[in-house]
Ligand binder design. Structure first.
Ligand SMILES: Cc1cc2nc3c(=O)[nH]c(=O)nc-3n(C[C@H](O)[C@H](O)[C@H](O)COP(=O)(O)O)c2cc1C
Length: 407
């Protein structure tokens, strides 16, 4: 836990959380930070909070006290987004400070009532509304709905150019060496980028259209620094705004010059061909992610698929359909709108097959628009000819991916 003075009168209170499933189901191997902010003008405001992980709200109150601020003296609580990782502490806070005014969107006001029964002392703000905290700290609100709940707002501190964005421009990963992205080593920066795409694909991917609108809105503001509710602070806002626009574009493809190989096998027959393909891909000049289902969580598979232009699916037939863990992952990729990929499928079957039929059905139903090159199916173990055919198709896919990305 950490308190950092990030601008004149502005403090970040940050807590790292590990060993949880984010939103109750996303695996986060490198943890996540929860960031709250204090603005001290003539009046004091706190922006967002943190939920019951890691001993908070007690931890958060401890951080506030480090700043010599009595929690009961805070005038405004700004709720950018009512998801309980940011709002779960409000009930406890209201017990200490019942007179605090909650500043939030109209939709968040309804959620305050349904989550916590809070109906009093609420100031509803919308597009371009302002709140003057004194000492020059004038907050200018913007609505950024569905990034990632409909209630979401952000606010610019016009004195310092700090934009508080909650889930927008967030990332997974703990805060370690610095709270600023521009202070990371090359190695830490690479991990941070990976954690940002994991966060984007798991949390925001579905709302990519709305993300684009939110970024456009933020781009029009005089922003000097972006301070999100998860992850690092950006003193070069253009960097993360551009990155988020790119991530949003990956929804419809093409994405990066990368291939994700997703595979599953009951008795090792399909796996034999997978091993052959992995060796072949190692010879190609392209980044490859390999994920076995159901061993790896679908959040991890999604993170790779989101940035990959090419997808290879390898699975056998099971009870006239496809190997069930693969079907589950594909359903989730479809729901998150991992669309417009270049794809290839191979796999083993015993007598009449059926995996391909279900694959076609899922692609059509979820309108995924993946362009498949001809699949390769084999009975039982793949023979030399089958492997050769699989190899040819993989080569073809690599070319298609490169062409799609390079235009
Ligand atoms: C429980 C079970 C159900 C199967 N159902 C079918 C089926 O409906 N149609 C078919 O052609 N093969 C079916 N098979 C055969 C497998 O597809 C075949 O053995 C294949 O080689 C398995 O590949 P794998 O080792 O990569 O899992 C089934 C196998 C198992 C174990």
């Amino acid at each position: 836990m950490k308190v950092t003075n990030i601008a004149d009168g502005i403090y970040q209170l940050s807590i790292n959380v590990e060993n949880i499933l984010f939103e109750g189901f996303w695996e986060i191997p490198n943890g996540v930070s929860l960031n709250s902010y204090i603005i001290k003008g003539l009046k004091t405001a706190i922006i967002d909070g943190v939920c019951g992980w890691d001993g908070v709200p007690d931890t958060l109150f401890g951080l506030i006290e480090q700043l010599d601020i009595a929690p009961e003296s805070i005038e405004y609580l700004i709720v950018n987004h009512m998801e309980p990782d940011h709002s779960g502490w409000i009930e406890a806070f209201k017990k200490i400070n019942p007179d605090c005014k909650i500043v939030c969107s109209k939709k968040a006001k309804d959620l305050l009532n349904s989550f916590f029964g809070i109906t009093e002392n609420i100031i509803v703000v919308g597009e371009n509304d302002t709140l003057d905290l004194g000492n020059g700290h004038l907050l200018n609100f913007v609505e950024i709905p569905n990034v990632h709940w409909p209630d979401t707002i952000a606010e610019l501190d016009t004195l310092t150019g700090t934009l508080f964005t909650c889930d927008a421009f967030g990332s997974f990963g703990k805060i370690t060496s610095s709270v600023y992205a521009d202070m990371l080593s090359e190695e830490d920066l690479a991990l941070h980028e990976k954690e940002t795409t994991r966060y984007y694909s798991n949390v925001l991917a579905y709302f990519s259209m709305q993300v684009k609108k939110a970024v456009a809105k933020c781009q029009a503001l005089p922003v000097k620094m972006i301070a999100p509710g998860h992850g690092l602070i950006y003193r070069n806002p253009k960097e993360i705004m551009d990155a988020y626009l790119k991530y949003a574009d990956y929804q419809k493809g093409p994405a990066r010059e990368e291939i994700t190989l997703i595979w599953g096998s009951m008795y090792g027959m399909t796996e034999n061909a997978v091993n052959y393909v992995i060796k072949q891909l190692q010879k190609e000049d392209i980044l490859v992610h390999v994920h076995q289902v159901p061993k790896e969580s679908w959040g991890t598979v999604l993170a790779s698929a989101w940035t990959s232009t090419g997808i290879i699916l390898a699975m056998p037939t099971y009870e006239f359909k496809m190997y069930p863990p693969m079907a589950s992952v594909l359903e989730e990729l479809g729901k998150k709108k991992v669309n417009g990929r270049k794809a290839f499928r191979f796999g083993s079957y015993g007598w009449s097959g059926g995996a391909q039929k279900e694959l076609d059905e899922i692609m059509t139903r979820l309108n995924m628009g993946w362009e498949f090159i001809e699949p390769v199916e084999f009975t039982g173990n793949p023979g030399a000819k089958d492997l050769e055919r699989v190899g040819e198709q993989v080569k073809k896919l690599v070319e298609e991916v490169k062409n799609a990305v390079r235009g």
